[in-house]
Design a protein around this ligand. Structure first.
Ligand SMILES: Cc1ncc(COP(=O)(O)O)c(C=O)c1O
Length: 376
């Protein structure tokens, strides 16, 4: 074996001893309360069917380079125009993933003289973007308008621009951000800009699945929105949606856009088909029915965190109990993941559930029965 730094093994042993070692799996229980395929677009075969008719006809398989070198095409530019149109924005820019989009946006836009105020529960990709930025940053309490206002009152005068960063649907709890209040605050000064990650809201909320900003009528008040395609859209990739100046700026300064191979034709085409499916199918309504059904059945279970999104969870309060519940569910063929500390705060360890349009009422009933009987 080649030499390696000794701390690699030490860190792995430490994780194993704490019961926190991450492992890759290939076999999962069959009843899916885990994947992000909220609308079944990844599994229902419709995108693959549509792709088969076009794929490889006079097309390069790989994009062959960065968008700024050889990887650009009329097709990706036209797709971006359609994405922008769908989301009622001036422009959209495609990224290889939501992770790339978030780090590319936050590392490039806020400057040394700027301030980033972010919800304490934002996703790791937004955190990593903030860490790469030269701007000063503080977190505000989760969904707390008063906490945000306090920070603004304290710091606003010291900075040129302020970026407020949040998610429309939070990935661990499934609760939603008070976007109307946030947009109001951001409109109190022309130098405050709101950034919203819609990863878990696209396909779930809004007219034809346009997201929560659309559902709440605030799309045009937001500086930058991030739509990811690996969840309800059943594909992968992401787009940052905003005005033409933002798009041009990102093309020039966003390193995760510039220094990477552009997505291949079939990836972009798949996303286009997924948008078409949002319009053509009624999977979103079926998902919404399932959300209402689970919420009515499980809403009163102690420690169950109800939500209006596809994500909900059962707080076990310890890593050990989270593991136990995950195993108990798996024994009944249900796949749901324990989310442990330090990924979530100590005391809020949980098992997280993702609902889908393809979950049956019987599957939901079985889940509820297990949660009702579970002893922490
Ligand atoms: C809120 C949020 N933003 C961004 C991402 C990253 O998106 P992607 O999986 O496309 O990299 C995720 C994925 O887990 C997420 O939950």
């Amino acid at each position: 074996m080649a030499q390696y730094p000794k701390y690699l093994l030490k860190a792995l042993i430490e994780r194993e001893q704490k019961g926190l070692l991450r492992k890759l799996n290939t076999k999962f229980p069959e009843i899916d309360f885990c994947s992000n395929d909220y609308l079944g677009f990844s599994r229902n075969g419709l995108i693959t069917q549509k792709l088969k008719t076009n794929l490889f006809e006079n097309k390069l398989f790989g994009s062959t380079g960065s968008r700024l070198i050889s990887g650009n095409s009329q097709f990706i530019e036209d797709t971006e125009k359609q994405i922008a149109l769908f989301h009622h924005a001036e422009a959209a820019l495609f990224f290889n993933s939501g992770y790339d989009a978030n780090i590319g946006l936050l590392s490039s836009v806020p400057q040394k003289t700027d301030l980033i105020l972010y919800d304490e529960l934002i996703h790791a990709s937004l955190h990593d973007g903030i860490r790469l930025s030269h701007a000063k940053h503080f977190k505000f309490k989760h969904n707390s308008i008063s906490s945000l206002k306090k920070l603004l009152a304290l710091h606003q005068k010291n900075f040129e621009n302020i970026f407020v960063v949040t998610e429309s649907v939070f990935s661990m709890d499934g609760d939603t951000a008070p976007l109307q209040d946030l947009t109001e605050i951001c409109q109190t000064d022309k130098n405050i800009f709101l950034i919203v990650d819609e990863a878990h809201a696209i396909g779930v909320f809004g007219n034809q699945g346009r997201g929560l900003c659309n559902a709440l009528g605030v799309e045009n008040k937001i500086f930058a929105r991030v739509y990811t395609y690996g969840k309800a859209m059943g594909c992968h990739g992401a787009a940052i949606v905003g005005n033409g100046i933002l798009k041009n700026y990102l093309i020039n300064f966003s390193r995760s856009f510039i220094y990477t191979t552009a997505p291949p034709y079939h990836s972009v085409e798949a996303v286009l088909h997924a948008y078409q499916l949002l319009i053509e199918t009624n999977e979103k309504d079926t998902l919404q029915n399932n959300i209402a059904y689970l919420s009515a059945k499980a809403g009163k279970i102690k420690n169950y965190n109800n939500s209006q999104s596809a994500i909900s969870c059962f707080i076990t309060g310890s890593n050990n109990a989270a593991d136990r519940l995950e195993k108990e569910l798996a024994q009944k063929n249900i796949y749901a993941k324990a989310i442990k500390s330090p990924t979530v705060k100590e005391g809020t360890e949980r098992v997280r559930f993702c609902l889908h349009s393809y979950n049956t009422k019987q599957e939901i009933d079985l889940l509820v029965e297990i949660l009702e009987g579970f002893k922490k």
